[in-house]
Ligand binder design. Structure first.
Ligand SMILES: NC(=O)c1ccc[n+]([C@@H]2O[C@H](COP(=O)([O-])OP(=O)(O)OC[C@H]3O[C@@H](n4cnc5c(N)ncnc54)[C@H](OP(=O)(O)O)[C@@H]3O)[C@@H](O)[C@H]2O)c1
Length: 247
């Protein structure tokens, strides 16, 4: 089985299992996949705001395949300002996911490619109730969290109500970290490029006091793609304590 078939079978099953197991759960939300490319030392770029291409053509194709397996794709405003992404499926077949930007202060430029698309209206999740409209964007007001940023649990409820069941998070670091911190990331697909960068790490502080409360990969898969390693798995936030061997 090719890597593309392998990963697709796994992810489709994960997404279906997530929703069948959560039937009746009071917090209805999409299944969330984190996907990004990092160096061997865990950097996603040399410095915040810089664009660095880490994936090979094959790795990029897999990213586009993953996009086709989600109905929404979300990035932070930092990524929009740095990379001006399109977030469409171009290197694979399938429908484009709904583009979504986390942008509390409404900094998205009207000239960004997400606002200029002829095919999709970008959803901008913001806390600014009186923000000026942008053509090509739909502003969705979400309550703020303690630091005034978009409240992620409430944002997930809103996206679910709007029909998003499978959400892909493509970065950047602040957003990936925030989803892990909130316990809202259910799966991760990482491309590990054969380079050391020593730059901006994908994951910032998660607020854990011990490794027991860290998000953990419970079903681990890996394949080599050229010189890159693709790793993927399910994320779990509750762990049994290791057996007590002190008695
Ligand atoms: N290697 C890869 O796969 C990859 C992928 C994507 C991006 N990147 C790189 O990553 C860099 C951008 O990452 P970044 O960390 O600077 O920015 P980011 O994660 O893309 O966006 C962060 C911004 O999102 C907004 N936001 C709104 N609600 C939030 C919430 N609840 N939690 C967290 N953020 C929230 C905040 O701005 P407001 O407070 O103004 O809303 C925050 O500053 C770029 O250099 C880009 O090239 C790499």
């Amino acid at each position: 089985m090719s890597l593309n078939e392998d990963i697709e079978r796994w992810l489709v099953r994960e997404q279906a299992d997530f929703h069948s197991l959560r039937l009746g759960n009071s917090e209805a939300r999409p299944h969330v996949t984190l996907s990004y490319a990092q160096s061997w030392d865990g950097s996603i770029t040399t410095a915040p705001g810089r664009t660095v291409v880490l994936s090979s053509d094959e790795g990029m194709q897999m990213t586009h395949q993953l996009r086709s397996l989600h109905d929404g794709i979300l990035v932070g405003i930092g990524t929009v300002l740095a990379d001006d992404p399109q977030l469409t499926v171009r290197e694979w077949t399938g429908a484009d996911p709904q583009p979504i930007v986390l942008d509390s202060q409404l900094r998205i430029p009207a000239s960004s490619r997400l606002c200029q698309s002829e095919h999709q209206t970008c959803w901008v999740l913001t806390t600014q109730a009186t923000g000026a409209a942008r053509s090509g964007c739909e502003l969705i007001v979400v309550p703020g969290d303690d630091s005034g940023q978009v409240h992620l649990h409430k944002a997930m409820e809103i996206l679910y109500r709007r029909g998003i069941r499978k959400l892909m998070i493509e970065g950047g670091a602040a957003v990936i970290t925030a989803f892990l911190r909130a316990g809202l990331a259910d799966a991760a697909v990482l491309t590990v490029a054969p380079v050391f960068i020593g730059g901006y790490n994908a994951i910032g502080p998660l607020g854990n006091t011990d490794t027991l409360s860290c998000p953990r990969v419970t079903t681990l898969h890996s394949r080599q793609l050229g010189n890159e390693i693709i790793v993927w798995g399910r994320l779990c936030y509750t762990h049994a304590a290791p057996p007590d061997t002190t008695t």
